[in-house]
Write a protein that binds this ligand. Sequence first.
Ligand SMILES: [Zn+2]
Ligand SMILES: [Zn+2]
Length: 286
Amino acid sequence: MTLSGYISLHGGHSGEFCCHAQDGLADIIARYIQMGFRQVGITEHIPPVHSKFLYPEEIVQGLTVDHMYQRFARYFATIRQLQVEMADRIRIFAGMETEAFAGYLPHVRHLAAEFSPDYLVGSVHHVADICFDYSPETYEAAVRACGSVEDLYLAYFDRQFEMIQAVRPFVVGHFDLVRIHDPDYTNRVLQPEIARKIDRNLDLIKDLDLVMDLNLRPLAKGEAEPYPTRSILEKIGSRRIAMVPGDDSHGVVQAGNHVDAGIRLLEEMGFDTQWPVPRLLEIKNE
Ligand SMILES: [Zn+2]
Ligand SMILES: [Zn+2]
């Protein structure tokens, strides 16, 4: 059994359940239906495990770790309801996007047991517990904590390897997000030490038969190419790893954008565009 046509398996963040997104979840899903999607995966961010991982806009709004957990519980209640209400128009997969900050593994295991998501997107937004993708300033701080830009890449791909092994996310999110504020990323990913870690992580993804996110968010921001970059996409293609578009949308106006371009790119590069059906894999116990 596979899926076909327009799809996004990473995105649908909504202002209802995420402080750096806009709009209600039902309106976002209505937009997917209007654009001709017959299936979509919604993957709200998991709540933080500790107050030090609250984002500035969450702190400004006076949100605590406890509030965030309660809001996440409401997300799951809402998406399960929408799944049923909209079943005749769209097949919704209720997912969540993980983190890889300190203490993430028992936290993710607990959330998965508590909410039984349909699948997980495994992402790394933190290195040395600094959220490097938040702003150029936090990226700089992560570089300083690691020693150099190269060291940040190495630490990122090591953390990602560990997360993939432990969490076994059905979708590996924005594989090379670490390039986000690095203008020289096309050369950086070819550096031998970094390339070896990229190859190692891709081999693991292949071994575990996971799916990768063709993350279209950079296109929405006017950049030239999605995550991952072309040279990594070629490595993925040669390993015959499945890739599925993800709009990483954070509001109605972003929902479904660039998915057609993403599918065209995958077709041009010889990827299979019959999409695997998301499912929850077993999270490692220790
Ligand atoms: Zn987000
Ligand atoms: Zn993400």
